[in-house]
Design a protein. Structure first.
Length: 434
């Protein structure tokens, strides 16, 4: 099974430990599917101008995500702060196909020699508007037995502080789905996607033609507006709107001042499916007061969600079983698609058709520290969300890290993190809160 180690939460990676844990460790037999890889990209690094190619932008996003994910593993030296990324992770984790490692390394090196104007739109008040930095300050390549194994990289100090500010919830950012970015074919589509995500909550974003040209790297191209529409705006808008993975639609309006076009307005709206889901959520809020029951009802086929017998069945199940157990049964029954849906679901809950019954783990004396760690509750300071340490792999990886599984208590969502034995033992040593 491939594991994807991703950030705990979409807004913050600064965790504190709740000083309590359960003596009995419980895990579910079945794993959850991995979540999307979300980059919390600082707004100042989205609104950039310069000769940045699509490949460079994708690599830059990967390095930003790696820095956020491995923030606690950063390497501080006299020269500055470095982060490390294994070359295979670029292909396996971020799904960037690598047919020529030499070409990839050369592309990474260009991030040091490529300069960009940051924070063009001034959204981040802590970065001076239109400041110029290279994308990366330094790159170090690790070669073992003639094979490139990993890359160490350093950001300019101001960008490093910006990333830190995003992690602490103090700087503006956009949530970019890197899987979506990988499906986009041109740098204009990628630029527009990032800008729309950065301003999707305000619906409309208006730019001067000068700002637009800078952001899309066409200051010296397509002098006529008709060519801008033909080669930049229309293709990018069409690609985003036709991409099923993009969760919004975008349109634009060119604005004249006299006889000259001076501004462009982008209109961003959620796709109809997203609106339908939001409305359904509101419907079920009025249907059931218990948020766990609402969530379970939402998993049922639409024609069964408001049936009294299904509501009664799930309500009774929650009194005897935990939410994750019932979720597993619903998903199992959905796959079977039986004619008598509610009757089959009732039997599944009673007899555990999904095989999701909780089991206990028996620890030997030599692994006593594991027993103290597994079951700990980890809280996100910013959101208050609680995560439970569920499992620690038996062996470390080649870098000495244990793979540690955590489940979010609110919905059973799974995250994996990498911790050393010393770090895990420190967690075990924290006293319980009375």
């Amino acid at each position: 099974m491939t594991r994807f180690f991703i950030p705990f939460d979409e807004k913050n990676f600064d965790f504190c430990l709740a000083l309590r844990y359960n003596d009995v460790v419980k895990i579910k037999k079945k794993e959850k599917k991995k979540s999307a890889i979300i980059l919390h990209k600082p707004s100042g690094t989205i609104a950039i101008a310069g000769e940045v190619t699509l490949v460079q932008r994708r690599l830059y996003n990967i390095f930003l995500h790696t820095a956020q994910e491995m923030w606690d593993k950063q390497e501080k030296t006299d020269e500055g702060v470095f982060f490390s990324l294994p070359i295979p992770a670029i292909q396996k984790k971020y799904k960037i196909p690598i047919t020529n490692r030499k070409w990839l390394i050369e592309a990474i090196k260009t991030l040091v020699t490529t300069y960009a104007h940051y924070n063009i739109l001034g959204k981040d008040p802590k970065i001076e508007k239109d400041r110029i930095f290279s994308l990366l300050t330094e790159v170090r390549i690790t070669v073992t037995d003639g094979v490139v194994k990993s890359v160490k990289f350093m950001f300019p100090p101001s960008i490093y502080k910006t990333i830190e500010g995003v992690i602490k919830g103090q700087r503006p950012y956009a949530n970019l789905d890197l899987d979506v970015s990988l499906t986009l074919k041109t740098k204009y589509s990628e630029n527009l996607y990032e800008i729309c995500k950065d301003y999707e909550n305000i619906v409309e974003k208006e730019l001067s033609i000068g700002e637009f040209r800078k952001l899309f790297g066409i200051e010296n191209k397509y002098k006529k507006i008709v060519d801008v529409k033909r080669w930049v705006l229309d293709p990018a808008v069409k690609e985003l709107n036709s991409n099923p993975l993009v969760n919004f639609t975008v349109s634009y309006k060119l604005i004249k001042n006299g006889q000259k076009y001076t501004r462009v307005k982008f209109i961003i709206n959620p796709k109809p499916q997203k609106l339908k889901i939001e409305q359904q959520v509101e419907d079920y809020k009025s249907l059931a007061e218990d948020p766990d029951l609402r969530e379970l009802l939402f998993l049922l086929p639409e024609s069964y969600r408001k049936r009294k017998n299904c509501i009664s069945l799930l309500s009774g199940a929650l009194e005897k079983k935990n939410k994750e157990y019932v979720q597993a049964q619903i998903k199992y029954v959905n796959e079977k698609n039986p004619k008598n849906y509610c009757g089959y679901l009732k039997k599944a809950i009673e007899k555990d058709y999904a095989g999701a019954e909780e089991i206990e783990i028996d620890f030997g004396e030599e692994e006593d520290w594991r027993k103290k760690v597994v079951g700990k509750i980890v809280n996100d300071k910013k959101t208050g969300e609680s995560w439970k340490v569920i499992k620690i792999d038996d062996e470390t990886d080649n870098d000495g890290y244990y793979a540690v599984r955590l489940d979010r208590l609110s919905d059973g969502n799974v995250r994996w993190m990498k911790w050393t034995e010393d770090e895990l033992k420190k967690i075990a040593e924290i006293k319980d809160k009375k």
